[in-house]
Design a protein around this ligand. Structure first.
Ligand code: FAD
Length: 425
């Protein structure tokens, strides 16, 4: 393709969705030029800031994305927030196509009376603090002796694992040690994890439950029937695996360990958070009964939503079948599908959106204009401020060099400091 027919494409967000999309486009649209913007100085989105610090094997996907950023047709433009530093409309003028891959970061609200009380904390706020996200509150809020986790998916299980682990279990991680130390100074004595669904239908991966069972920490029990799924239907493979893993976790012959007493509850619906000035308990409906679980804090792990301040939240608010908003404007990843699915699912999603872009180029509804300037058309001030991939590597190296001998990196939690280091200041 000649340069007049090779599209300039902007991707907003360098998480898995943006990175997989760029990989797909490089294959599907030879010669395209890609600029991947991120509001943060670092790439990789939730791989860096969501995936738990003690799951470094999952974070290894960044090695694959590193190769993407080394491609000559790909530019990383970190530290540039679309909607603040440059508008979506400007990007649409400068690029032939724009793809929103911004993810969804706000903790979904519990939406029951008392949910605003101090002591109700979103799981995203906790996982961001543990991952030293520049937006996160530091230090970690005190959780107290009785923590109730509302939610039974993988993020809830990440939080539970954090609550039961001791310091030694973080060897080789990149946990934010200040947050870990703050928690371990007064760890939870009792944790209740409450899922709305029956145990077989709850959302956590069996593998995550098995990991908890393998830890020589905490004592687990459940007063609820573990096998009772939906309407007595035969359990599918995942549900059967989940039931087996929960059984292992609560087995009477599992050696007693140090760590909190964990109660797993299934089929309970939260009704009210109780407390006058801060959380004191949660009221749940359990069939016809109402039960109260005492709580010093409540962690909600019930999913994510578009941040209300986000400049184009409306384009990402509802899960959509298609990535095409209109020819020239697309979305992928959680911004397209809603906050569901693990990292690999973003790959298939990105391929489907890349196919839509290719189809629009083929039928002429999207074309590469010789007059679009791409990154070069941005204001000089924005171009100068953008953190390039080489600059990120400098920051990456710096964080690794700061790591204690039993850590892989020490993330800097301060955005401005990160920018300074990246620039070599
Ligand atoms: C706490 C948590 C733990 C998880 N753990 C795992 C796990 O262990 N394994 C697994 O497979 N999956 C895990 N997931 C799921 C996985 O993280 C998601 O599937 C995936 O990150 C979604 O990718 P995304 O690119 O759509 O969003 P994100 O990863 O959120 O990336 C979005 C990017 O867009 C940037 N951005 C946002 N707004 C703007 C803007 N206006 N301008 C410029 N840039 C912007 C953000 O800074 C971010 O880098 C976890 C999710 C969470 C929340």
């Amino acid at each position: 393709m000649s340069s007049s027919t090779t599209p300039k494409i902007a991707v907003i967000g360098s998480g898995p969705a943006g990175c997989y999309l760029a990989q797909s486009l490089l294959r599907a649209v030879p010669g395209c030029e890609l600029t991947i913007f991120d509001r943060l100085a670092s790439p990789f989105g939730l791989v860096r800031y969501g995936v738990a610090a003690d799951h470094q094997h999952t974070k290894a996907i960044t090695r694959q994305f590193d190769r993407l950023f080394q491609h000559e047709a790909v530019r990383f433009a970190g530290g540039i927030e679309v909607g603040r530093d440059v508008s979506l409309a400007q990007l649409r003028e400068l690029f032939d196509a724009v793809v929103i891959a911004t993810g969804l970061t706000a903790d979904r609200e519990l939406g029951i009376p008392g949910a605003e009380l101090p002591g109700v904390i979103g799981a995203g706020a906790i996982t961001r603090t543990l991952n030293a996200h520049p937006d996160a509150a530091a230090p970690l809020p005190a959780l107290g002796s009785d923590v109730v986790i509302i939610g039974g998916g993988n993020v809830a299980l990440d939080v539970l694992r954090f609550l039961v682990k001791d310091r030694a279990a973080y060897e080789g991680s990149d946990v934010a040690d200040e947050a870990l130390d703050a928690y371990l100074a007064a760890p939870a004595e009792r944790v209740t994890l409450v899922s709305r669904s029956a145990a077989p239908d709850s959302k956590g991966d069996p593998q995550m439950l098995k990991e908890l069972a393998a830890l020589p920490r905490a004592v687990y029990s459940s007063p609820d029937p573990i096998e009772a799924g939906n309407a007595g239907e035969a359990l599918d493979r995942a549900a059967a695996g989940r039931v087996a893993a929960i059984r292992e976790l609560i087995a009477a012959d599992r050696p007693r360990s140090t760590g909190p007493e964990v109660t797993l509850r299934f089929g309970l619906t939260p009704l009210r958070v109780l407390g006058e000035h801060r959380v004191e308990g949660v009221e749940f409906a359990a069939g016809d009964e109402v039960i109260v679980v005492p709580a010093s804090s409540v962690v909600t792990a019930i999913g994510f939503a578009a941040h209300p301040d986000h400049a184009f939240a409306a384009l990402t608010a509802a899960g959509a079948e298609t990535g095409r908003v209109e020819p020239g404007l697309y979305r992928t990843g959680w911004a397209k599908r809603g906050p569901r699915g693990a990292i690999p699912e973003n790959r298939a999603c990105a391929k489907a959106v890349s196919d839509e872009i290719v189809a629009d180029l083929a039928d002429g509804s999207l074309s590469a204009s010789p007059s679009t300037l791409g990154f070069d058309g941005l204001a000089a001030e924005v171009r100068d401020r953008a953190i390039g991939y080489e600059q990120w590597l400098r920051l990456d190296e710096h964080e690794r060099s700061l790591a204690a001998s039993d850590r892989v990196r020490r993330k800097l939690p301060d955005h401005d400091r990160m920018i300074d280091i990246a620039r070599g200041a």
